[in-house]
Each structure stands twice: as C-alpha cells, then as structure tokens.
Design a protein around this ligand. Structure first.
Ligand SMILES: *Cc1c(COP(=O)(O)O)cnc(C)c1O
Length: 388
C-alpha cells in the first residue's frame, strides 16, 4: 500500500477503518508507545539496548525505535544488518547468530564493519577467524551459552548454546586467536521468571571461573515478556533487579560492555491489527488474517490478545459478549484459532476487529501462503489502548 507512505498519521484505529474501509488486514503502528517502550527499557537496563530486529523488522517499527533512542541492533542475517546499517550512520549491528555462512561473515565485517560475532562451537570460531584473516583488532567473539529451561513460551537453548566446559574452552580459544572474549545467552522468549536471568548470569560466573578468561562483553539476550491476557507478569523492574544482582556478583571491571537484546518487550504493545469479518457461521468468524499471517503465535504459543469490535454504521453492537473462534483466510484447515476473541454477540460480515499487542512476531512471521500477505502498515497517533 505505497499510497499510504508519507501520509499524516491517523488519529486512531477507528479513523483507519473509516478512511480505508480495508478488506485486507492493516497493522496499526502506535509510534508513541514504541518510543516510550524504548526509552523505558533503556532507562532501566544498565547497558546497551540491542533491538532484536527479527521480532519486527518493518521500517516503521525501526524508525520509531530509533526515534526512541535505540542505536544498537541484534541481527542474524545480512538483510537484517543492511536494514539498519544502510539506514543510519549512528547505529551498530551486532551479529548474534551462532551459525553463519562464510561469505556472510566476510561481508558483515568488510562492508558493514561488524564488530561483535556470536558463536557456540569451535568450528564456527574457525570460520570467523578464517574470514577475518588479519583483520581482528577490536573484534569480539561472543560465546553463546546454553541456559536451563526457565518455563518460557519458547525455549531457545535446545538449538544453540555451549555447555559450561565447552564455553570455557571456547573463551580460551577466542583469546588465543587474538579476538576479544564475550559471553551471551538467551533465556527463551516470553520469560516470566526474573530469576532465569540471575541463574544464567551465575552460570556465566562458573564459565568465567573455569576459563580464567575475563570477558569484555556480556549480553543477557532477550526474552523480556509482553502483557498478554492471562499472563501474570512481573514488572520489568524485577527483571532488571535480577540482572543487576547477577552482574554485580560477577565482579566485572567497569570497562566490560553490557548488552541486552529485547524484541518482544519493545514492540508487542506498539502495534495492533485491524482485521475484517468476511463471513460468520455461528461462533466462527472468517477473518482476513490468520496463523499464516499476523496471528501465528495465537496458536503456536497460545497467546491471547485484547480485541474489540469496530462497526462504522448500522446498529450499535450488543453489550452482551461471547467467545468466537477465528478462521483465517487460507484454505488450510489448520488456519483456525480456537477461542480467539471475546466480542459482542451480534458480530456480522463487514465488521472490523482490532486485535491489540500484536507488534511482536506478527508481520515478521507472515507468509504469502494462498496469496495472502499481511503487510499494510499505517501510523496512528493515539497512544491509549482501548480497555478490554
Ligand atoms: C529472538 C532473539 C531475541 C529476541 O527475543 P525476545 O524474546 O523477542 O526478546 C534476542 N536475541 C536472540 C539471539 C534471539 O534469537
């Protein structure tokens, strides 16, 4: 929808519906909320805040976070590095994917001047050294450590991460290769336990002791939760307190660079979805977005989100509500979300539904399956979320 680019922001989502009467899904960006979330996180975290680009790489999201003061980015591919490095001169992309193609390592370094690379295996260290050649000055090799399963929605240490002994050995090897040693971890996404960060930092303490190497870079990863319905969420301050305690116990020199890689916590509340009802069958609403579009986490992770009905003309919606199942637009029968929304009992074709808190892992995961692609973004200047 290129005709929407450069347009003045809409006042609110109601106005988006009025102006566009969209039969396609529209992602509404609450720029103010994104800026606020970025500022708040940076105020609370004792180090650099690296936005995890994969969580929502849309340029409008990146712009809002940059306006909110974010200058560092956690990236995992050349496309993600370029998305930020070619946009601004005052930013740094950190290459935090532990497994990279050889030419990609070389390009990241030579073209984009990337300084920090993650790894979790000696063969990856070999690849990094080969590709850097003699160009190793100031380059940090951050060893990704496997953390315990902390009851997160998405546990990420099954795929990546070195165990304690392996990580200690890698740190020593990093030093022998003339690179600067670093450590990173990711407790898993939508982590509800502040203690998980403390435990992971204690684990880093064991690794540091076992290796005899002093790290110059410690990265506590992402995982900070978003307030989905039905989650008992501790405030961000509690997570930061656990991290501060953990860092304090490591007795790091003040020169050690500290970083975090929040994705979800920065963007989840900064975006909502405007989707239209195409057909109703009893308690099932056929809508124009689904699990192959913006709503995959509603099934993959059972995420529940606030929703409200938007009807532009005709009778006011009933004040009585019921639970609806949503059926997405593709022909796949997997494309269904049980108990998706609580809405008025008289929802009908042509009504819109605003689904809030959909900034994270929505657009980023949307496919083009069946010719549907949820990729229209508009800005709204409102910063209040509707009450639910
Ligand atoms: C996905 C990811 C993040 C962001 O995780 P959130 O749970 O969205 O905060 C950060 N770092 C790495 C390495 C990741 O893979």
């Amino acid at each position: 929808m290129s005709h929407l680019r450069g347009r003045e922001p809409f006042a609110n989502v109601q106005e988006v519906a009025q102006a566009l009467r969209p039969s396609y899904p529209v992602l509404c960006v609450y720029r103010n909320r994104l800026e606020q979330a970025a500022r708040r996180f940076a105020r609370l975290f004792p180090g650099k805040v690296l936005y995890a680009v994969k969580c929502n790489p849309h340029p409008m999201i990146l712009d809002a976070l940059h306006a909110g003061g974010i200058r560092n980015f956690d990236t995992a591919s050349l496309a993600e590095i370029a998305a930020v490095a070619e946009k601004w001169d005052d930013v740094e992309a950190f290459f935090m994917h532990p497994v990279k193609a050889r030419p990609v390592i070389a390009t990241a370094r030579k073209v984009h001047g990337v300084r920090v690379f993650a790894l979790d295996h000696r063969d990856e260290l070999r690849k990094i050294c080969d590709q850097l050649g003699k160009d190793r000055d100031g380059v940090v090799a951050a060893v990704r450590v496997k953390t315990a399963d902390a009851g997160t929605l998405f546990h990420l240490s099954e795929k990546f991460g070195a165990g304690v002994e392996e990580a200690a050995e890698l740190l020593r090897e990093v030093e022998r290769e003339g690179l600067r040693p670093g450590l990173s971890f990711h407790v898993g996404s939508q982590c509800l336990l502040p203690q998980a960060y403390r435990d992971a930092l204690d684990l880093l303490g064991e690794i540091i002791a076992a290796s005899g190497v002093g790290p110059v870079f410690i990265d506590v990863g992402g995982g900070f939760p978003a307030p989905y319905l039905g989650t008992e969420m501790r405030p961000l301050e509690d997570f930061m307190a656990a991290i501060r305690e953990g860092l304090h116990a490591l007795k790091l020199p003040s020169t050690c660079e500290i970083a975090a890689e929040p994705g979800r916590a920065l963007v989840a509340e900064g975006c909502s979805l405007l989707t239209q009802v195409q057909l109703r069958k009893d308690d099932r609403l056929y809508i124009n977005d689904g699990i192959y579009g913006s709503l995959s986490e509603m099934v993959a992770a059972g995420v529940r989100l606030p929703s409200r009905l938007i009807r532009l003309e005709g009778r006011e919606p009933s004040s009585e509500t019921m639970i609806y199942t949503a059926a997405g637009p593709t022909c796949d029968s997997l494309d269904m979300i049980p108990a998706a929304f609580r809405l008025p009992v008289d929802v009908r074709e042509g009504d819109w539904i605003e689904v809030a808190r959909l900034g994270a892992y929505s657009y980023a995961l949307a496919t083009r399956f069946n010719g549907f692609h949820a990729d229209t973004f508009v800005e709204v200047s409102d910063s209040e979320e509707f009450s639910c």
